[in-house]
Design a protein around this ligand. Sequence first.
Ligand SMILES: NC(=O)C1=CN([C@@H]2O[C@H](COP(=O)(O)OP(=O)(O)OC[C@H]3O[C@@H](n4cnc5c(N)ncnc54)[C@H](OP(=O)(O)O)[C@@H]3O)[C@@H](O)[C@H]2O)C=CC1
Ligand SMILES: O=C([O-])CC(=O)C(=O)O
Length: 435
Amino acid sequence: MAVTDLSPNYAQSRLLKHGPASSRSPASYANRFVDLRCGRRPRVCCSLAPDQVKAPPAPVTNGTASKTECYGVFCVTYDLKAEEETKSWKRMINVAVSGAAGMISNHLLFKLASGEVFGPDQPIALKLLGSEKSFQAVEGVAMELEDSLYPLLREVSIGIDPYEVFQDAEWALLIGAKPRGPGMERADLLDINGQIFAEQGRALNAVASRNVKVIVVGNPCNTNALICLKNAPNIPAKNFHALTRLDENRAKCQLALKAGVFYDKVSNVTIWGNHSTTQVPDFLNAKIDGKPVKEVINDTKWLEEEFTERVQKRGGELIKKWGRSSAASTAVSIVDAIKSLVNPTPKGDWFSSGVYTNGNPYGISEDIVFSMPCRSEGNGDYELVPDVIFDDFLRERMKKTEAELLAERRCVGHLTGEGNAYCDLPEDTMLPGEQ
Ligand SMILES: NC(=O)C1=CN([C@@H]2O[C@H](COP(=O)(O)OP(=O)(O)OC[C@H]3O[C@@H](n4cnc5c(N)ncnc54)[C@H](OP(=O)(O)O)[C@@H]3O)[C@@H](O)[C@H]2O)C=CC1
Ligand SMILES: O=C([O-])CC(=O)C(=O)O
């Protein structure tokens, strides 16, 4: 077990020294994992009154402990304070990443370790969550991190138990999720992945920093984020995000292409609603070179039909070409999402994020996770942007994506403490990658 003792003034961080994790028997992890999963499997369909701060009952555990291990070179003892060049560094932060063996993580982890996300004076500890199946692949990822010699990457630990991996996490980037298999109903996907996010919410609630910021990427990410926050009642609901930044970036690119400008000229783009084919890329409030998009692109039919559909289905178009879903651009958009929270938002602009709707000024139903326009002062928090305009087209589309999220919420009632699940999803509900 890795023991980390890091005080805010960079006191010595001591890690017990282990041999490389790869020298231990994978079977021992497998056995531990199987035991734990049996013990922690959530019970089906509870009946609690809807209450944001009341979590669904935690499943019974069998008391077995599994171990999260520091990896290889990251197990050495070091003293940040004693190293001259590190004296100007900030206090180290703990960043947990699930689905660490997946394609998105394979891009993201190296960006996190390089300093391009949190800054060149921000040392980080990476806590990687895999599973019994992916454990060896996570070791492979950790080996590549070792070989990259990143100065800011001070600690890497890997494990398969979220209750260990999420210990003291200040950021939790929840990427791991089961892809929808052939013939699988969306309701099944909601249930299977929902179970993962219910457990991870409980684990965050139990062991993460009380102010952990959580970005849910694994699909269906809005409802997974809702499940996660409902299972973490001691963490502010405002700290949970569903990633819709990739959709915003896709929308900016399409507007730039149509207007014949470089994409840095496009601002104020909101994605409203669900990260699915009902999402609403907002061209009414968006700007190109500071002017309303509709003044620059004088083609309402294109905006309402082609642009909207192209953004909604961009993920699927990519899958047809690549044979797999967007990974590098998703990692970039996670970086953008984090940077938008840790840096002040440029004056007059905003960014999109799927956030909890309670108290929203737009008339969107409460108690769902819905993508909306946000601004940040750079302290990790955000405020919703009040001064946006609506027209009939925008309102009508927003209603559709809202209805879909309300239906998704009904499907996962057994995982959120709302009571029994009742699934009546609209037939055309799809992830961006589905066609
Ligand atoms: N919100 C958004 O904008 C987007 C969301 N997504 C979603 O993000 C999620 C993750 O996507 P992505 O990283 O591409 O998915 P991958 O299929 O690459 O990884 C998903 C999971 O598969 C397992 N896995 C991956 N590689 C290996 C391996 N070599 N050996 C064993 N197991 C492995 C891991 O699960 P484990 O460790 O648990 O076994 C991993 O978390 C999906 O739900 C996807 O739909 C994707 C794009 C955009
Ligand atoms: O549908 C998927 O799995 C991939 C996805 O979210 C996207 O490309 O936006």
